[in-house]
Design a protein around this ligand. Sequence first.
Ligand SMILES: Nc1ncnc2c1ncn2[C@@H]1O[C@H](COP(=O)(O)OP(=O)(O)OP(=O)(O)O)[C@@H](O)[C@H]1O
Length: 281
Amino acid sequence: MNTTPANVLEVDGLVVAYAVKGRRAQPFRALHGVSLDIRPGETVGLVGESGSGKTTLGRAVLGLAPVAEGEIRYAGRVISRLSARERRALSAEIQVVFQDPYTSLNPAMTVGDILTEPLLVSGTARASAEERVRGLLDQVRLPADAAHRLPREFSGGQRQRVAIARALCREPRLIVCDEPVSALDLSTQARVLELFVEIQERTGVAYLFITHDLSVVRCVSHRVAVMHRGRIVESGEATAVTGDPRDPYTRRLMLAAPVPDPERQRERRERRRSLKAAAAE
Ligand SMILES: Nc1ncnc2c1ncn2[C@@H]1O[C@H](COP(=O)(O)OP(=O)(O)OP(=O)(O)O)[C@@H](O)[C@H]1O
């Protein structure tokens, strides 16, 4: 692993252990010594099947999962054991976009209030906050009058744009994106993914991009890390990992991914056959 402080994020030998109810019960280890780094302006895609530990890693970066061993560093500073107050101070710099745009926005607040609130809390004057909100709505391609409306008046894709704008409010250097397009239909997914890429090009923000969808990870990531049972089993350049995976689990994951293109399906059937033949030898 690269340990230069030039990285925006460094995860080093991370073990997360959840408490389990029952007097004799042992804590459940969801991550077993995970290491990963993210450079400024880079997207690292985190893939793996359900239960492999992707969300746990994202939550640990956000200070929301119980770290048992190892370390998380943000811009060279250890952040894995911060007090609640220290964490809050960091919230401008590390943000999150969740999967479900239907539950992640306060339904009783207008979009304008949702976006100005974090700015006002951090001491920005109302007039500058409102100015900033106009800029943010423009950045995420929502009309200026969106500020006066409630989340329920928007489609899923538009709500996710609001959630992205909220994450961008205080100019973070890192955003944890936890399945941010999984709840959207395919054509909306493509437009929201484009927006993520466009924002990164403009602002230099880095993403830890969690998804179970390989076509999504291929589309947005510079590098990819593959998780299996709480461990990273393979990582590298996105094209290499998704195009020519080395690890048997990654290969199985690629083969299991739905690919509608008939040519790709034929290709996959052949690869499956040759893998089977190799395994039988
Ligand atoms: N709060 C918790 N307490 C106990 N166990 C948990 C908790 N959260 C997650 N786990 C367990 O940790 C493991 C990893 O879960 P996690 O949600 O990180 O996986 P994931 O790869 O993000 O899965 P999915 O794609 O389904 O969200 C799972 O076995 C899960 O049951």
